[in-house]
Design a protein around this ligand. Structure first.
Ligand SMILES: C[S@@+](CC[C@H](N)C(=O)[O-])C[C@H]1O[C@@H](n2cnc3c(N)ncnc32)[C@H](O)[C@@H]1O
Length: 259
Protein backbone atom coordinates (compact mmCIF):
# COMPACT_ATOMS: atom_id res chain seq x y z
CA UNK A 1 0.00 0.00 0.00
CA UNK A 2 1.39 3.42 -0.91
CA UNK A 3 1.85 6.16 1.67
CA UNK A 4 -0.81 8.13 -0.11
CA UNK A 5 -3.37 5.34 -0.01
CA UNK A 6 -2.59 4.71 3.63
CA UNK A 7 -3.03 8.38 4.53
CA UNK A 8 -6.35 8.59 2.74
CA UNK A 9 -7.61 5.78 4.95
CA UNK A 10 -11.36 5.73 5.45
CA UNK A 11 -11.58 9.18 3.84
CA UNK A 12 -11.52 7.61 0.37
CA UNK A 13 -14.55 8.71 -1.63
CA UNK A 14 -17.55 6.42 -1.55
CA UNK A 15 -17.51 3.94 -4.37
CA UNK A 16 -13.97 4.80 -5.47
CA UNK A 17 -11.39 2.03 -5.64
CA UNK A 18 -8.54 3.27 -3.42
CA UNK A 19 -5.97 1.62 -5.67
CA UNK A 20 -6.98 3.86 -8.57
CA UNK A 21 -7.15 7.16 -6.66
CA UNK A 22 -4.93 9.70 -8.40
CA UNK A 23 -3.90 7.19 -11.05
CA UNK A 24 -4.12 7.46 -14.80
CA UNK A 25 -7.26 5.27 -14.59
CA UNK A 26 -8.96 7.81 -12.33
CA UNK A 27 -8.02 10.73 -14.58
CA UNK A 28 -9.30 8.77 -17.60
CA UNK A 29 -12.78 9.15 -16.10
CA UNK A 30 -12.68 12.95 -15.91
CA UNK A 31 -10.36 13.76 -18.84
CA UNK A 32 -12.96 15.48 -21.04
CA UNK A 33 -13.99 17.83 -18.24
CA UNK A 34 -10.60 18.26 -16.61
CA UNK A 35 -9.70 21.66 -18.15
CA UNK A 36 -13.10 23.16 -17.31
CA UNK A 37 -12.87 21.81 -13.76
CA UNK A 38 -9.43 23.35 -13.36
CA UNK A 39 -10.52 26.78 -14.54
CA UNK A 40 -13.65 26.81 -12.34
CA UNK A 41 -12.12 25.30 -9.22
CA UNK A 42 -9.00 27.48 -9.27
CA UNK A 43 -10.98 30.56 -10.39
CA UNK A 44 -8.67 30.69 -13.42
CA UNK A 45 -5.53 31.11 -11.33
CA UNK A 46 -4.10 27.74 -12.41
CA UNK A 47 -2.91 29.16 -15.74
CA UNK A 48 -1.05 31.94 -13.93
CA UNK A 49 0.68 29.33 -11.75
CA UNK A 50 1.76 27.41 -14.86
CA UNK A 51 3.23 30.61 -16.36
CA UNK A 52 5.29 31.10 -13.21
CA UNK A 53 6.52 27.50 -13.50
CA UNK A 54 7.50 28.10 -17.13
CA UNK A 55 9.34 31.30 -16.14
CA UNK A 56 11.34 29.33 -13.55
CA UNK A 57 13.31 27.94 -16.53
CA UNK A 58 14.38 31.44 -17.64
CA UNK A 59 17.98 31.06 -16.57
CA UNK A 60 18.40 28.06 -18.88
CA UNK A 61 19.50 29.69 -22.14
CA UNK A 62 18.88 28.67 -25.73
CA UNK A 63 16.80 25.89 -27.24
CA UNK A 64 16.21 23.63 -24.27
CA UNK A 65 14.58 20.20 -24.18
CA UNK A 66 11.94 19.88 -21.48
CA UNK A 67 10.13 16.82 -20.13
CA UNK A 68 6.70 17.59 -18.61
CA UNK A 69 5.61 14.74 -16.34
CA UNK A 70 1.97 14.04 -15.43
CA UNK A 71 1.32 16.29 -18.39
CA UNK A 72 -2.38 15.38 -18.52
CA UNK A 73 -4.17 17.60 -21.02
CA UNK A 74 -0.88 19.36 -21.72
CA UNK A 75 -1.43 22.81 -20.24
CA UNK A 76 2.02 23.12 -18.66
CA UNK A 77 3.72 21.72 -21.79
CA UNK A 78 1.93 24.38 -23.87
CA UNK A 79 2.69 27.08 -21.28
CA UNK A 80 6.42 26.23 -21.31
CA UNK A 81 6.53 26.38 -25.10
CA UNK A 82 4.55 29.65 -25.25
CA UNK A 83 6.75 31.27 -22.62
CA UNK A 84 9.97 30.30 -24.42
CA UNK A 85 8.60 31.79 -27.66
CA UNK A 86 7.22 34.97 -26.07
CA UNK A 87 10.32 35.66 -23.99
CA UNK A 88 12.58 34.93 -26.98
CA UNK A 89 14.71 32.58 -24.92
CA UNK A 90 15.07 29.76 -27.42
CA UNK A 91 12.48 27.06 -27.80
CA UNK A 92 13.72 23.49 -28.29
CA UNK A 93 11.22 20.72 -27.53
CA UNK A 94 8.68 19.83 -24.86
CA UNK A 95 7.71 16.19 -24.35
CA UNK A 96 4.66 15.59 -22.15
CA UNK A 97 4.10 12.16 -20.64
CA UNK A 98 1.18 10.79 -18.61
CA UNK A 99 -0.29 7.36 -17.74
CA UNK A 100 -3.86 8.40 -18.68
CA UNK A 101 -4.61 7.69 -22.37
CA UNK A 102 -7.72 9.87 -22.27
CA UNK A 103 -5.94 12.87 -20.75
CA UNK A 104 -3.31 12.45 -23.48
CA UNK A 105 -6.05 12.24 -26.14
CA UNK A 106 -7.35 15.65 -24.97
CA UNK A 107 -3.77 16.99 -25.11
CA UNK A 108 -3.37 15.67 -28.68
CA UNK A 109 -6.67 17.29 -29.74
CA UNK A 110 -5.46 20.60 -28.32
CA UNK A 111 -2.06 20.20 -30.01
CA UNK A 112 -3.75 19.63 -33.39
CA UNK A 113 -5.40 23.06 -33.06
CA UNK A 114 -2.07 24.82 -32.51
CA UNK A 115 0.11 26.36 -35.22
CA UNK A 116 2.85 24.37 -36.98
CA UNK A 117 5.64 25.78 -34.82
CA UNK A 118 3.94 24.36 -31.70
CA UNK A 119 3.12 21.05 -33.38
CA UNK A 120 6.73 20.53 -34.38
CA UNK A 121 8.07 21.33 -30.88
CA UNK A 122 5.54 19.76 -28.49
CA UNK A 123 4.67 16.05 -28.33
CA UNK A 124 2.91 13.69 -25.93
CA UNK A 125 3.52 10.06 -24.95
CA UNK A 126 2.27 7.51 -22.43
CA UNK A 127 4.46 7.26 -19.34
CA UNK A 128 4.67 6.79 -15.58
CA UNK A 129 6.88 9.20 -13.62
CA UNK A 130 8.21 6.35 -11.46
CA UNK A 131 10.02 4.62 -14.36
CA UNK A 132 10.96 6.93 -17.22
CA UNK A 133 11.95 5.47 -20.60
CA UNK A 134 14.66 8.08 -21.15
CA UNK A 135 18.45 7.99 -20.92
CA UNK A 136 20.34 9.67 -18.11
CA UNK A 137 20.78 13.46 -18.51
CA UNK A 138 18.63 13.57 -21.66
CA UNK A 139 16.69 16.75 -20.76
CA UNK A 140 17.66 20.29 -19.75
CA UNK A 141 14.66 20.45 -17.44
CA UNK A 142 11.79 18.41 -16.03
CA UNK A 143 8.50 20.02 -15.06
CA UNK A 144 5.46 18.63 -13.28
CA UNK A 145 2.23 20.44 -12.36
CA UNK A 146 -0.22 19.00 -9.85
CA UNK A 147 1.12 15.51 -10.49
CA UNK A 148 3.62 14.55 -7.79
CA UNK A 149 0.74 14.27 -5.27
CA UNK A 150 -0.67 11.44 -7.39
CA UNK A 151 2.47 9.32 -7.67
CA UNK A 152 2.48 6.39 -5.22
CA UNK A 153 6.28 6.10 -4.99
CA UNK A 154 7.22 9.77 -4.73
CA UNK A 155 10.90 9.10 -3.97
CA UNK A 156 11.26 6.97 -7.11
CA UNK A 157 9.70 9.72 -9.25
CA UNK A 158 12.00 12.40 -7.78
CA UNK A 159 15.05 10.21 -8.41
CA UNK A 160 13.91 9.62 -11.99
CA UNK A 161 13.51 13.38 -12.50
CA UNK A 162 17.05 13.95 -11.30
CA UNK A 163 18.40 11.06 -13.41
CA UNK A 164 16.97 12.25 -16.73
CA UNK A 165 17.94 15.92 -16.14
CA UNK A 166 21.44 16.97 -17.16
CA UNK A 167 23.87 18.40 -14.59
CA UNK A 168 23.01 22.09 -14.15
CA UNK A 169 19.47 21.46 -15.41
CA UNK A 170 16.28 22.17 -13.49
CA UNK A 171 13.40 20.31 -11.89
CA UNK A 172 10.33 22.52 -11.49
CA UNK A 173 7.30 21.24 -9.59
CA UNK A 174 3.97 22.94 -8.95
CA UNK A 175 1.76 21.41 -6.30
CA UNK A 176 -1.36 22.36 -4.40
CA UNK A 177 -0.92 22.76 -0.65
CA UNK A 178 -2.87 23.20 2.54
CA UNK A 179 -3.14 26.98 3.07
CA UNK A 180 -1.48 28.13 6.33
CA UNK A 181 -3.35 29.57 9.36
CA UNK A 182 -4.61 33.17 9.13
CA UNK A 183 -7.58 34.94 7.62
CA UNK A 184 -6.62 34.54 3.95
CA UNK A 185 -5.43 30.99 4.61
CA UNK A 186 -8.81 30.26 6.24
CA UNK A 187 -10.63 31.54 3.15
CA UNK A 188 -8.41 29.42 0.92
CA UNK A 189 -9.00 26.38 3.17
CA UNK A 190 -12.75 26.92 3.02
CA UNK A 191 -12.45 26.96 -0.76
CA UNK A 192 -10.34 23.77 -0.89
CA UNK A 193 -12.35 21.80 1.67
CA UNK A 194 -15.90 22.84 0.84
CA UNK A 195 -16.14 24.51 -2.56
CA UNK A 196 -13.69 22.32 -4.51
CA UNK A 197 -15.22 18.89 -3.73
CA UNK A 198 -18.77 20.10 -4.34
CA UNK A 199 -18.05 21.96 -7.56
CA UNK A 200 -15.76 19.12 -8.69
CA UNK A 201 -18.40 16.47 -8.08
CA UNK A 202 -21.08 18.61 -9.72
CA UNK A 203 -19.11 19.38 -12.86
CA UNK A 204 -17.38 16.04 -13.30
CA UNK A 205 -20.31 13.93 -12.17
CA UNK A 206 -17.69 11.94 -10.30
CA UNK A 207 -17.26 11.33 -6.59
CA UNK A 208 -13.58 10.69 -7.35
CA UNK A 209 -13.07 14.42 -7.52
CA UNK A 210 -13.25 14.54 -3.73
CA UNK A 211 -9.88 12.88 -3.92
CA UNK A 212 -8.39 16.27 -4.78
CA UNK A 213 -9.03 17.74 -1.35
CA UNK A 214 -7.93 14.55 0.44
CA UNK A 215 -4.71 14.21 -1.52
CA UNK A 216 -3.78 17.84 -0.81
CA UNK A 217 -4.18 17.17 2.90
CA UNK A 218 -2.05 14.02 2.57
CA UNK A 219 0.83 15.80 0.77
CA UNK A 220 3.77 16.78 3.00
CA UNK A 221 4.22 20.43 4.08
CA UNK A 222 6.57 22.46 1.82
CA UNK A 223 9.62 22.16 4.11
CA UNK A 224 9.29 18.40 4.25
CA UNK A 225 8.83 18.15 0.49
CA UNK A 226 12.01 20.25 0.04
CA UNK A 227 13.84 17.67 2.16
CA UNK A 228 12.50 14.95 -0.16
CA UNK A 229 13.82 16.89 -3.17
CA UNK A 230 17.22 17.15 -1.48
CA UNK A 231 17.14 13.45 -0.62
CA UNK A 232 16.72 12.74 -4.35
CA UNK A 233 19.99 14.62 -4.96
CA UNK A 234 18.59 17.99 -6.02
CA UNK A 235 19.79 21.39 -4.85
CA UNK A 236 16.62 23.20 -3.76
CA UNK A 237 16.82 26.71 -5.22
CA UNK A 238 13.46 27.90 -3.96
CA UNK A 239 10.05 26.99 -2.62
CA UNK A 240 7.56 29.77 -3.24
CA UNK A 241 4.05 29.99 -1.77
CA UNK A 242 1.51 31.18 -4.37
CA UNK A 243 -1.98 32.60 -3.78
CA UNK A 244 -1.97 32.60 0.04
CA UNK A 245 -0.25 29.22 0.12
CA UNK A 246 -2.87 27.34 -1.91
CA UNK A 247 -0.09 26.28 -4.27
CA UNK A 248 3.69 25.99 -4.07
CA UNK A 249 6.33 26.30 -6.76
CA UNK A 250 9.42 24.20 -6.06
CA UNK A 251 12.57 24.77 -8.09
CA UNK A 252 15.47 22.34 -7.87
CA UNK A 253 18.74 22.08 -9.75
CA UNK A 254 20.84 19.06 -10.58
CA UNK A 255 24.35 19.54 -9.15
CA UNK A 256 27.27 20.20 -11.50
CA UNK A 257 27.27 21.28 -15.14
CA UNK A 258 26.58 24.73 -16.47
CA UNK A 259 23.34 26.67 -16.34
C1 LIG B 1 -4.12 16.91 -11.70
S1 LIG B 1 -3.56 16.22 -13.21
C2 LIG B 1 -2.34 17.38 -13.75
C3 LIG B 1 -2.28 17.54 -15.24
C4 LIG B 1 -1.42 18.68 -15.77
N1 LIG B 1 -0.05 18.58 -15.33
C5 LIG B 1 -1.95 20.03 -15.45
O1 LIG B 1 -1.16 20.94 -15.20
O2 LIG B 1 -3.16 20.22 -15.50
C6 LIG B 1 -2.60 14.90 -12.57
C7 LIG B 1 -2.06 13.96 -13.62
O3 LIG B 1 -1.19 13.02 -12.98
C8 LIG B 1 -1.24 11.84 -13.74
N2 LIG B 1 -0.63 10.74 -12.98
C9 LIG B 1 -1.22 9.89 -12.11
N3 LIG B 1 -0.33 8.97 -11.69
C10 LIG B 1 0.84 9.25 -12.30
C11 LIG B 1 2.13 8.66 -12.29
N4 LIG B 1 2.39 7.57 -11.54
N5 LIG B 1 3.10 9.19 -13.07
C12 LIG B 1 2.86 10.29 -13.82
N6 LIG B 1 1.66 10.90 -13.87
C13 LIG B 1 0.67 10.39 -13.11
C14 LIG B 1 -2.72 11.69 -14.05
O4 LIG B 1 -2.98 10.80 -15.11
C15 LIG B 1 -3.12 13.14 -14.35
O5 LIG B 1 -3.11 13.42 -15.73
Amino acid sequence: MSDQTRTLGSGAPNGADRRTLGSGAMFDKIAERYDLLNRVISLGIDQRWRKLAAAALDDLPGAINVLDLASGTGDLAFAVHAHRVQSDRGVGTVVGTDPSPRMLAVAQTKLAKHKDNVQSAVSFAFGDAQALPFADASFDAVTMAFGIRNVPNRAAALQEMRRVTRPGGKVVILELSEPPPGLLGAAARLHVHHVVPRVGALLSGSTEYRYLQQSIAAFPPPDEFCRQLAAAGLIVERSTALTFGACHLFVGRVPGGVM
